[in-house]
Ligand binder design. Structure first.
Ligand code: C2O
Ligand code: CU
Ligand code: CU
Length: 500
């Protein structure tokens, strides 16, 4: 074992240390294989660039058209071409799909990959057979037609592949995009729009020496999630955006596999959160930092009007506490340069939206999902090298042939995610529904501002338990609930529920 590897090995996460509870077999079989093997799983430090590439904004389409999942190239790093996966030739990330509530999607996905793929519409409340369930896939060379209408609140949703066993790799290599729904309630607020409404898809990437995206998780990275050294925004590394002296609406998606961000401005200026996963909050929440887990979105208003021309500000990720594999480093993600005067008449409304809170008393059932993975490392049997299936929900790993929960259409239920004795963070996500977060006990022990709205993904830090409430729709069929750390999901941290 090289010293570098030894350091990584000894710096392993608490969860990983738990695994090492079964260390005798682990070490002995590892030694047989190779003690030199890099287990991965330690913190992956971010390498900052020089912020000299203009931030690209994905083109927008209205929901009609065709995507071709394919191997292609994209310039993630200035002057270099990286091999990536795309829905169009020459582009990582697909176009932004933007439509009004009530509008329709009619989109053909052609699979030109050599493995199955599909599209899941993260956050959309749509029929089960259109949801991109892990079993509803397009085989290589074939296609799948997505045809559904969108009848939900304005918000920033997103799309990405979901074929079981390939989700994490395909998302990491570039298959994802933003899905914006608009409605009249939002329209009436006159929020910054056009050039002043900027989607920011934050992801971390790892590369081979030839700049091709490298998705090759080691055992330890299945525990922690696969993280990259290079932070990309809208598919490019180290970008800048020239801004006017005015308010901007920044619509942030954490599209990373495993990395959590504690979003802030480099001068610690406060900003307003106006929306979360499922659209606008009831009123703006002013903060100076915001933790965003994989899959979560935040709709922000940032006011650049008080800075003098030429000021550089950075969007940074501050340190945070989330187990041992991440949160220890503060890093810059992109640069804003205040470069033009403007007259801005926008002022933040005191009230944004009407949120109908679901009364707890209307719930007819409570289901608890134990995500602590406390049994980790004890069921491994003989092969210490076989660390697959360490991530479970209620002690089960995903099985497409098993229905884990049966839910009545129209029922209101409380779903409890319990990470009380867990040592890893888990962003828990439910398909085909938007929920509300009732409370959090343990850890941070209260809701954070983005949780005062509709959510489809909720972040559980080690030691936390969160109660959510939701009313199931009339769309019947099979959906999944899973951890949106995509390595955890692939490892089996996903269950299936059926609405009947
Ligand atoms: Cu964005 Cu099943 O996930
Ligand atoms: Cu989803
Ligand atoms: Cu997880």
């Amino acid at each position: 074992m090289e010293r570098r590897d030894f350091i990584r090995f000894s710096g392993m996460s608490a969860a990983y240390a738990l695994l090492a509870g079964s260390a005798p077999f682990l070490i002995s079989s590892c030694r047989k294989e190779s003690m030199m093997m890099d287990m991965g799983g330690g913190p992956v430090n971010v390498i900052e660039g020089t912020f000299d590439v203009s931030l690209p904004i994905p083109s927008a389409i209205n929901g009609q058209g065709s995507f071709t999942a394919q191997n292609t190239t994209h310039s993630i790093f200035k002057g270099k071409n990286s091999k990536v996966l795309g829905y169009q030739s020459g582009s990582i990330l697909g176009p932004t799909i933007q439509l009004n509530s009530g509008g329709a999607v009619n989109l053909n996905l052609q699979n030109n990959l050599s493995e199955p793929t599909n599209i899941h519409w993260h956050g959309l409340v749509i029929p089960a057979n259109m949801d991109g369930h892990p079993e509803d896939i397009a085989q290589p060379g074939s296609s799948f037609n997505y045809n559904f209408s969108v009848n939900q609140r304005a918000g920033m949703y997103w799309y990405h592949p979901h074929p079981h066993g390939f989700t994490a790799k395909q998302a990491f290599k570039g298959l994802a995009g933003v899905f914006v729904v608009n409605d009249s309630e939002e329209q009436a607020l006159n929020l910054p729009s056009g050039a002043f409404e900027i989607p920011l898809v934050i992801q971390d990437k790892r590369i081979f020496p030839d700049y091709a995206l490298d998705y090759s998780p080691q055992m330890g990275e299945i525990m922690t999630g696969y993280m990259g050294q290079y932070i990309t925004v809208n598919g490019v590394y180290s970008p800048y955006l020239n801004v006017n002296k005015r308010n901007y609406r920044l619509r942030v998606l954490n599209g990373s596999n495993g990395r959590i961000y504690n979003i802030a401005l480099s001068n610690n200026a406060s900003f307003a959160i106006i929306g979360s996963d499922g659209g606008l909050l009831a009123s703006p929440q002013t903060v100076s930092s915001l933790i965003l887990g994989p899959g979560e979105r935040a709709d922000l208003i940032v006011d650049f009007s008080s800075y003098s021309l030429g000021t550089d500000l950075y969007l940074v990720s501050k340190t945070f506490s989330a187990g041992e594999a991440q949160g220890t480093q503060e890093f810059k993600m992109m640069k804003f340069t205040v470069s033009q005067n403007d007259t801005d008449t926008f002022s933040l409304p005191g009230t944004l939206s009407v949120l109908n809170l679901i009364p707890e008393s209307s719930a007819t059932k409570t289901r608890t999902f134990n995500i602590s993975n406390a049994g980790m490392g004890h069921g491994g049997g003989h092969s210490g090298m076989n660390m697959k299936g360490m991530h479970k929900i209620n002690d089960k790993t995903y099985d497409a042939d098993r229905i884990d929960e049966t839910v009545q259409a129209g029922a209101t239920e409380i779903w409890v995610f319990d990470n009380s004795t867990g040592a890893e963070p888990h962003p828990m996500h439910i398909h085909g529904i938007q929920f509300q977060v009732l409370d959090r006990t343990g850890g941070r022990s209260s809701l954070i501002p983005i949780e005062n709205g509709w959510k489809d993904t909720v972040m559980l830090m080690p030691g936390e338990k969160v109660r959510t409430i939701m009313t199931f729709h009339q769309n019947k069929g099979k959906y999944v609930v899973h951890c949106h750390n995509l390595e955890h999901e692939e490892d089996g941290m996903m269950l299936q529920f059926e609405v009947v």
